[in-house]
Design a protein around this ligand. Structure first.
Ligand code: HGY
Ligand code: MN
Ligand code: MN
Length: 409
């Protein structure tokens, strides 16, 4: 069945309405806007004739039954939740593109293998601090103990949010699937970098996915009166934090040649009043790379720098490792299949690393996994100006369709 570009544009634009704000789209995991987008996709899956269900984590599964039920399924999918003030393409391209590919496959007669479209919940770490919740649950890596203690910025616990949606955190384990059930997983996603745009290629075949190492750093000083406390008698937690942030920037720049990056993306100052010398600062660090040695070295140099700064500043620092995931290689056989689809279709492609994390990182532990990238304009993502041309998205859907067909026929 020919899927016209207008249908794809229409779906992406409709989903973009859920969580649309003054600046960009904010559709955090399990918020009203996220649930609305999920319900919209479930209704689309139903309209298209898929068998629609949710697992115990809340992941949505749309099945196009194959001719031989005994055979393992071929999966595609991505996520609908966004970062705060995000764009309309991150994750959505893989969900809408996956549905468009399945609609095309429906027109090719009944294939042997079942094909499934998955909408993974909670891919972004923005709300609860843990990334790719849904795919972790699907591969049996749910950390229900740590997740049960997670709270969002408003103090609402992950456990409460699950319960609000009739999901029981203690039953998340039942969402885990066995590798016998799944033949392959292929995810279509925007690049979120500028490699494809600069090279003029439309398709990126992902070789390695950089995985996040994340820290929470708490700096303790002494809150004091901003007027009556002499400069030399202060123990200013925010000054120490600022020195740590600059040190992290410097250290990451030294590792940049090995592809490692570090970001301090969130910071909280207490008590946060103009007339109080900050007594406490919390900050969150996101370290990424495809070279594990460089990540480990970067982490060690950051820790050494922190202890020097706090000694000099007479402040106290605690470092909590939130996560430390290793870079993940995509399956060479699946990548070869994607490459063959590109040549058969005549889509210009190249092999690429993913600097962003994805559900495919986890799914690669369950089944042979591959990723297809389409270009991001000026490499912008996690930003209201995130943009991917619809012709490029359609080429990505062409490649995804051909790859899924070859796997499922
Ligand atoms: O943070 C990431 O890499 C992705 O957006 N989850
Ligand atoms: Mn993202
Ligand atoms: Mn994403």
């Amino acid at each position: 069945m020919k899927i016209d570009k207008e249908w794809v544009i229409d779906q992406i634009e409709k989903i973009a309405c859920f969580g649309k704000g003054q600046r960009g789209i904010t559709r955090l995991a399990f918020t009203e806007a996220d649930i609305q987008a999920q319900e919209y996709i479930m209704s689309l899956m139903d309209q298209v004739g898929l068998v629609v269900s949710r697992d115990q984590m809340g992941n949505i599964i749309g099945r196009l039954e194959g001719g031989d039920k005994a055979l393992p399924a071929v999966l595609t999918g991505s996520h609908l939740d966004t970062v705060p003030e995000g764009g309309k393409f991150d994750g959505v391209v893989g969900v809408v593109g996956g549905l468009a590919a399945i609609r095309r496959i429906q027109g090719m007669g009944v294939l042997n293998h079942t094909v499934e479209l998955i909408v993974f919940v909670g891919e972004e770490s923005s709300r609860f601090g843990f990334a790719t919740l849904g795919s972790k649950a699907m591969v049996g890596l749910a950390d229900t103990h740590a997740w049960s203690k997670a709270k969002d910025q408003n103090g609402v616990s992950f456990q409460q949010v699950m319960a609000q949606h009739n999901l029981n955190i203690q039953q998340i384990g039942a969402a885990a699937r066995s590798s016998e059930q799944i033949k392959a997983f292929v995810e279509l996603h925007i690049e979120q970098g500028q490699v494809l745009e600069k090279s003029g290629n439309t398709i990126g075949i992902v070789k390695t996915i950089a995985a996040p190492t994340r820290l929470k750093i708490t700096v303790e000083g002494i809150a004091a009166h901003s007027g009556s406390t002499p400069m030399e008698e202060r123990c200013d937690a925010l000054v120490s934090a600022a020195m740590i942030i600059l040190a992290i920037q410097e250290i990451a720049l030294q590792q940049a040649g090995r592809g490692t990056v570090a970001t301090v993306g969130a910071l909280k100052v207490y008590p946060g009043s103009i007339n109080v010398v900050p007594g406490l600062v919390e900050m969150w660090v996101d370290l990424r790379g495809v070279n594990q040695e460089s990540i480990v070295e970067c982490l060690q140099v950051i820790k050494d720098a922190i202890s020097n700064i706090t000694e000099e500043q007479d402040t106290v620092v605690a470092i909590e490792m939130i996560s430390s995931e290793k870079p993940v290689e995509m399956n060479p056989e699946i990548s070869k299949l994607i490459q063959k689809s590109c040549t058969d279709i005549g889509a210009p492609y190249q092999v690429i690393h993913s600097r962003a994390g994805h559900d495919a990182m986890n799914m690669s532990k369950l089944a042979p996994t591959g990723m297809i990238f389409v270009p991001s304009k000026e490499g912008i993502s996690h930003n209201p100006d995130e943009y991917t041309g619809y012709d490029d998205i359609m080429t990505g859907i062409d490649v995804l369709t051909e790859t899924l067909y070859q796997l499922a026929k």
